[in-house]
Design a protein. Structure first.
Length: 294
């Protein structure tokens, strides 16, 4: 957290540069997906996650790194949206899956498109990175399959969510920066990110017939209070370096819970209390920030 405060001005500037460049590349690429507010926002949030990593680690940050972050966000967004969308026919989905499988196997491919270009930018013929992309791809396929099913247990839906979120963050950090942070900690970070995302999307997922941990929990218990308790427990396990993320998740959860009828009055009151370990008081944080920007 101390390092984050010391570099706040630089990191904030990089957020602006990164997001602007991301939006420009999305527009220029003419990607064949629904660029709704939700899709764009999800990409921006993922990008901000990746751009925050140098503030809590020894990783470097420069325009090459920013572009690599965008490469990852774009290929993940394209694959995840294509496989998850009901507006895209099964033939197009199968073609994408087959193309990536061929690439992972190292087969020669005459065609060149954006997905293959992004893939090459991230892996750079590195066998370890190719294996990471393979794992990410398997996790996305598994998650999509589970979301279509109605016969899974709540725990099975949760595990699918945990894997997807965990590998989204861990895989992204690994492909962009290398092996710089604990796999366990990054998987935990991703688990929380996906849980908050599922809490936020619960109403939309119900409408679209997408089966997630949150939709099934709501169906079984009548509210999502257990999801909040699970999130609070996970946040209490964050390492001190992740304080900025812990605060961000807690802030997001408070907004989601306050605006939704899926949570009990007791849950809404309790969430207002302080949660987790490694806390820095607001007064100390404000004092440090004011000192920094003088």
């Amino acid at each position: 957290m101390e390092k984050f405060l010391e570099n706040l001005k630089t990191i904030s500037r990089l957020y602006g540069i990164g997001v602007q460049r991301y939006l420009e590349r999305i527009k220029a690429a003419r990607i064949n997906i629904d660029l709704s507010d939700d899709t764009i926002t999800s990409g921006v949030i993922c990008l901000v996650f990746l751009l925050t990593i140098p503030s809590i680690s020894d990783a470097d940050i420069n325009m090459e790194i920013i572009d690599r972050c965008i490469d990852y966000v774009m290929i993940y967004m394209i694959v995840d949206h294509t496989l998850d969308s009901k507006k895209i026919d099964e033939e197009e989905k199968a073609a994408l899956v087959n193309k990536i499988k061929k690439k992972i196997r190292g087969e020669e491919m005459e065609e060149r498109d954006l997905v293959l270009e992004l893939y090459d930018n991230l892996t750079r013929d590195d066998a370890v990175k190719v294996e990471m992309v393979k794992k990410l791809f398997q996790v996305v396929l598994y998650s999509v399959e589970v979301q279509k099913r109605t016969d899974c247990t709540i725990e099975e839906y949760y595990q699918a969510m945990k894997l997807k979120g965990g590998y989204t963050i861990y895989g992204g950090v690994f492909l962009v920066y290398g092996d710089i942070l604990s796999e366990k900690d990054l998987m935990l970070l991703g688990e929380c990110a996906q849980l908050v995302d599922d809490m936020m999307d619960c109403r939309k997922d119900l409408k679209d017939g997408i089966n997630t941990y949150c939709t099934k929990l709501l169906e079984k218990e009548g509210n999502l209070d257990s999801a909040v308790m699970k999130l609070q427990k996970l946040l209490s396990e964050f390492p001190k370096e992740f304080e900025i993320f812990r605060r961000g998740f807690l802030f997001s959860a408070k907004i989601i819970v306050r605006k939704s009828e899926f949570y009990s009055s007791k849950c809404k009151r309790n969430l207002g209390r302080r949660s987790g370990n490694n806390k820095i008081s607001s007064k100390i944080l404000e004092k440090r920030f004011r000192k920094l920007i003088k």
